[in-house]
Write a protein that binds this ligand. Structure first.
Ligand SMILES: *[C@@H]1O[C@H](CO)[C@@H](O)[C@H](O)[C@H]1NC(C)=O
Length: 187
């Protein structure tokens, strides 16, 4: 019953209901001199906060294909908890400038989940090893919610790479509540 209530509550709050915090979305600097074509390609989720449509998934992989200098096609493949594989497609479009790492992502989540345009900020990406994604949505005048994803080029990143990525959130005082290590073995 509790599980049922939780699912309904998450559904009503949309996909960004992960971590709710008081106040406005903090103003966090994003990666400078962003280069979309260098950011494109295959990324594996190493660690993520709770994201309802990816709940407990493993082998979660993002394939990003540049279709213009401001737009990526997004294909997320994952294996759900029961072992079923799934594909989610969509787009990521830069909000303003082609070198400012602020995207709006639209995913086709199907009938099971609530789809809405979602901000994706790339806080830092070296493009060869890791990228730090952060999304923040203002819920109302008093609160915001956010989620974070550490993406890595390798499905088995080194501890050194992960440390660099985690530090980006620490430095910006972003609390990654309920963070999960994403299993990328036996995919
Ligand atoms: C982005 O990176 C690509 C590949 O390294 C390069 O060819 C291109 O000139 C870069 N674009 C900008 C605007 O720096």
């Amino acid at each position: 019953m509790l599980q049922y209530v939780t699912i309904i509550a998450l559904f009503l709050c949309g996909i960004n209901s992960q971590d709710t915090h008081e106040g406005d979305c903090p103003n966090i600097p994003v990666q400078g001199h962003f280069n979309l074509s260098e950011f494109a390609g295959v990324w594996y989720e190493a660690e993520r906060s709770y994201i309802v449509f990816e709940e407990d998934s493993s082998c979660t992989k993002h394939t990003l294909t540049a279709v213009s200098n401001t737009k990526l096609n997004v294909l997320i493949s994952l294996i759900r908890e029961g072992g079923q594989s799934d594909l989610i497609d969509g787009t990521a479009v830069l909000n303003d400038k082609s070198d400012e790492a602020k995207f709006t992502v639209n995913l086709n989540l199907g009938p099971r989940y609530f789809s809405q345009p979602t901000p994706y900020f790339v806080l830092e990406a070296d493009n060869n090893e890791y990228a730090c994604i952060w999304s923040c949505n203002q819920v109302d005048d008093y609160s915001h919610d956010d989620f974070s994803i550490i993406l890595t080029r390798s499905p088995n990143p080194s501890e050194e790479t992960l440390k660099k990525a985690r530090k980006v959130y620490e430095r910006n005082n972003i609390i990654r509540e309920d963070v999960q290590v994403v299993n990328q073995n036996n995919c």
